[in-house]
Design a binder for this molecule. Structure first.
Ligand code: ATR
Length: 275
């Protein structure tokens, strides 16, 4: 049975009960004074299209989309931004005044905003991205557009080749094998892999990297460091961050798409850490 929404905004996913998005958007609403009712929707795996159509047919104005529906959201969008087109995935939907649904991907904008906020990134930096799945695809367009040289290392080489071929029209992007990492110099390392327990794989990469580089995990953890960051810290990394700031920044870009106001994010990150 389809859920009857009382909110004009919602995040759709499965699972979804862990989501921090309603709290983040509540803080944005409080901070900006923009009325913004936002809840969450658990979607059965085969019912995403049905739920979205129903939501926008009635009171829906904007939606966020999370695992595992981002590719499906890309397919059902009537119009797409450049970020959505390049990543082939959508995490933000907006009902336009003509009734068509616009799909955007704010993950890449969110990570770039957070990396700049942390002063972890400069134009022309060499950035090593670990992983070549959906999460990596979500962030690479922004890194290339900013002017970075992106290097991709991935367990399955064919996936890395496909990713590099898809993105090379946007900037300077290369595959790097694990054994060649020691011959390159990276300013920033981004973990975009999904598995939280990959210690031996990360070790084979991290011990070859200058510990003065910046280390960023797109994942975040509530109570402690993420597994990836724990591993980097053991190795001697000095400058590191998890992806909580990316989470808040990508939400801020969604809010901006819907309301035309970009919320201040530091206080929201502070509230989430305190929680
Ligand atoms: P997501 O959409 O979250 O990125 P995904 O598309 O399944 O999920 O991609 C997961 C990424 O984590 C991939 O880069 C994957 O490597 P493969 O392409 O070789 O599968 C990586 N990954 C997952 N488990 C891994 C493991 N045990 N060791 C190394 N890489 C792993």
């Amino acid at each position: 049975m389809l859920k009857k929404h009382s909110s004009e905004f919602s995040v759709f996913g499965n699972p979804i009960n862990h989501t921090k998005s309603p709290y983040i958007h509540w803080l944005f609403s409080k901070q900006t004074g923009v009325f913004h009712s936002y809840d969450y929707t658990l979607v059965p795996l085969d019912k995403f299209r049905k739920f979205i159509v129903h939501f926008f047919l009635f009171q829906g104005i904007g939606a966020n989309v999370t695992v595992p529906f981002k590719e499906e959201a890309f397919l059902i969008s009537d119009e797409l931004t450049d970020h959505a087109k390049s990543s082939k995935s959508v995490n933000t939907l907006k009902k336009l005044s003509n009734g068509r649904i616009l799909g955007d991907n704010t993950d890449g904008k969110g990570i770039l905003y957070d990396l700049q906020r942390l002063k972890f990134i400069k134009k022309t930096d060499n950035v090593l991205v670990i992983g070549a799945g959906g999460a990596a695809r979500g962030v690479i367009f922004s890194l290339l557009s900013y002017g970075c040289n992106v290097f991709v290392v991935n367990r399955t080489i064919n996936r890395a080749i496909k990713l590099v071929n898809d993105f090379k029209k946007f900037g300077s992007i290369f595959i790097v094998s694990r054994k060649n990492i020691k011959y390159s110099s990276f300013h920033l390392i981004i973990n975009a892999t999904s598995n939280t327990q990959m210690n031996s794989y990360w070790n084979s990469i991290i011990h070859l990297i200058d510990r003065k580089a910046y280390f960023y995990d797109i994942n975040y953890s509530d109570n402690t460091h993420t597994h990836f960051l724990s591993w980097c810290i053991n190795f001697g990394a000095l400058m590191f961050s998890d992806g909580l700031g990316m989470l808040v920044s990508q939400a801020a870009y969604s809010f901006y798409l819907w309301h035309g106001i970009f919320p201040e994010i530091d206080s929201v990150i502070f509230q989430l850490r305190k929680r």
